[in-house]
Design a protein around this ligand. Sequence first.
Ligand SMILES: Cc1cc2nc3c(=O)[nH]c(=O)nc-3n(C[C@H](O)[C@H](O)[C@H](O)COP(=O)(O)OP(=O)(O)OC[C@H]3O[C@@H](n4cnc5c(N)ncnc54)[C@H](O)[C@@H]3O)c2cc1C
Length: 435
Amino acid sequence: MSVKSPIHSQHYPDSFYVATANNLFEYPKLTENINVDVCIIGGGFSGINTAIELRQRGYSVALLEAKRIGWGASGRNGGELIRGIGHDASQFKNEIGEQGVKSIQQMGFEAVEIVIDRINEHSIDCDLHMGYCDLAVKPRHMDDLAEEYQDLKNQGYQKPIKLLNRNQIGEVIGSDFYQGALVDMGSGHLHPLNLALGEARVARELGAQLFEYSAAEKIIKGDKPKVITAQGQVTCDYLVIAGNGYIGNTLSPYLGGKVLPTGTYLLATEPLTSQQCASIIPQNMAFADMRVALDYFHLSADRRLLFGGLCTYSGKDPKNIEAALRPNLEKVFPQLKGVKIDYEWGGMMGIGANRMPQIGRLPDAANIYFAQAYAGHGVNATHMAARLIAEAISQQSQRIDVFNDIKHITFPGGPMLRSPMLAAGMLYHRMKDLL
Ligand SMILES: Cc1cc2nc3c(=O)[nH]c(=O)nc-3n(C[C@H](O)[C@H](O)[C@H](O)COP(=O)(O)OP(=O)(O)OC[C@H]3O[C@@H](n4cnc5c(N)ncnc54)[C@H](O)[C@@H]3O)c2cc1C
């Protein structure tokens, strides 16, 4: 059962984040024709941070958001800021070489630093707290964690990490459900909507023009791309498309065909007592387990358990999110059986077939960039994508090429067949999880 959010939250989902948002600043609708160096479509982390990076390099920027700033996955997610980009960069060695794999691995560390620096430099109040654990559910997950630990050491990861076995795991979590954990003090958790709103404030203060309720309806490619909205038009030298899981199939069938919007959901409990918090999550860390359809959770600043999970591919939300997620929550923390749920919500993350973010230029338009398909690992990776696109546009670096060189298939069969295909693929992985 969900608590009603305040009126200024109009058109945002009814989530815990919206109810605790710092400042839901209202941006104007685009109602004229304007010219800028760069037009950005999408007001999530990808779009907003591209705006910041480009303004910092002196480009004029207009950002078009169809709904509200942070309305998409960026303002709804689990808030887990986790090192790493993509599923496993080494599987792309044939396409990008060993150097390319190393470069993506290092960017997976850099991405987290970009977020932390942005928060600190601009005093963004978003409850950042460091400390995160990957959790082993099956005994074989412990081997994977040991391998991950060694890989991180080999890659020169500088943050404190340690492995905990079943007997030691009580240090970080009060649950018998897990076999062990990999603790990483270089990852953590935050309030994602307040991060997005704070970053939008930074973009605005740097001089970017942000527009809400200004959906890009049509793109006209050319030396000077044009973006048409219901009541206006933006003409630009460069265009960045960052609509991700909400891009749809009409604006760019090329991009829409490579990303599958996948629903995932969260519950926020009533505020817990300090004793309950200390008994379930004594060091205030964030957690995610190692299954394909994973649980992810942490405590909010006001001591609620934010508990996420589920994956849906139909585009439809479960009728009752609490009923779907509560059994998972109570399996992990039986001591919270019957706890009151104050909020439930979900959102669409974009997933590609190979689970590596899609960052690059359109093959038929070198002045149109895109970033999408971070799966459930976008809080950090969006910030890296924004930097790569800004570097490429300002010709400071072509680090983006390593991502541009990775092939991403178009899901065959169009929108109707895409969801059942991915569902079938995920079912296969879930079956493997059960073994
Ligand atoms: C419930 C949930 C939990 C998650 N948990 C985590 C987590 O804990 N950690 C993590 O790292 N990642 C997580 N993710 C993934 C992460 O949130 C995303 O990868 C990331 O926010 C993507 O940011 P984005 O800016 O690319 O897309 P979004 O934030 O989705 O923004 C895209 C925006 O584009 C706009 N748009 C689309 N089409 C148009 C158009 N034609 N014109 C104008 N605007 C348009 C949309 O309205 C939307 O606001 C989660 C995602 C979800 C949904």
